[in-house]
Design a protein around this ligand. Structure first.
Ligand code: HEC
Length: 159
């Protein structure tokens, strides 16, 4: 909790520095500068990512990205997600069956594989990284290159 407070304070002060430099006339552009601009090829995959989110993820992670406490972890402001974007792509592709702690709460339920291609996984994670209040930057297909797509089984079917 303390760490989140410190993070919030530093994000806030960074925002102050940027808006004072830019005269505060273009807050949206200033925020992008703080995180590094999102390249056009990543921007171009956002609509696809949004569509995937709204058809596949929303049922568990909710329209707000807040999930359901202790059952489905949040994707909004998730310390776990934001600390490793390539892992998030891998989990979306291959599912996840770990005990994990997200924002201080434990999650033990299984997520089955959600998408079949790296393109879809990267698109939806980029959508997540830039929605629900997240300013999480982005992940590229190149960074996802080393992920192995595991064979689907009857117990963990794709979709
Ligand atoms: C049937 C419910 C369900 C659906 C649908 C689902 N998830 Fe999950 N998700 C979970 C559960 C449960 C976990 C925790 C898994 C664990 O403990 O290993 C999780 C964990 C995650 C995590 C890592 C934890 C975090 O909060 O950062 C990410 C990233 C994620 N899901 C993304 C997605 C995306 C993207 C989709 C849609 C393409 C999706 N999930 C669809 C249930 C679901």
């Amino acid at each position: 909790m303390k760490r989140i407070a410190i993070l919030l304070v530093s994000v806030f002060s960074l925002g102050m520095i940027f808006s004072s430099c830019g005269g505060g006339s273009q807050p949206a552009a200033d925020q992008k500068t703080a995180e590094g601009a999102i390249p056009a090829d990543i921007q171009a995959m956002m609509p696809k990512g949004e569509q995937i989110y709204k058809t596949k993820c929303v049922v568990c992670h909710q329209t707000t990205g807040m999930g359901v406490e202790n059952v489905f972890p949040p994707l909004a402001n998730s310390d776990y997600l934001l600390s490793d974007k390539v892992r998030a792509v891998a989990q979306t592709l291959n599912g996840s069956k770990l005990e994990m702690t997200v924002n201080g709460k434990k999650y033990t339920q299984e997520m089955t594989p959600q998408v079949d291609t790296k393109e879809d996984a990267v698109a939806v994670i980029n959508y997540v990284l830039n929605n629900f209040g997240n300013k999480g930057g982005y992940v590229t297909l190149d960074e996802a290159k080393s992920i192995e797509i595991k064979p689907r089984t009857a117990a963990a079917p794709a979709k």
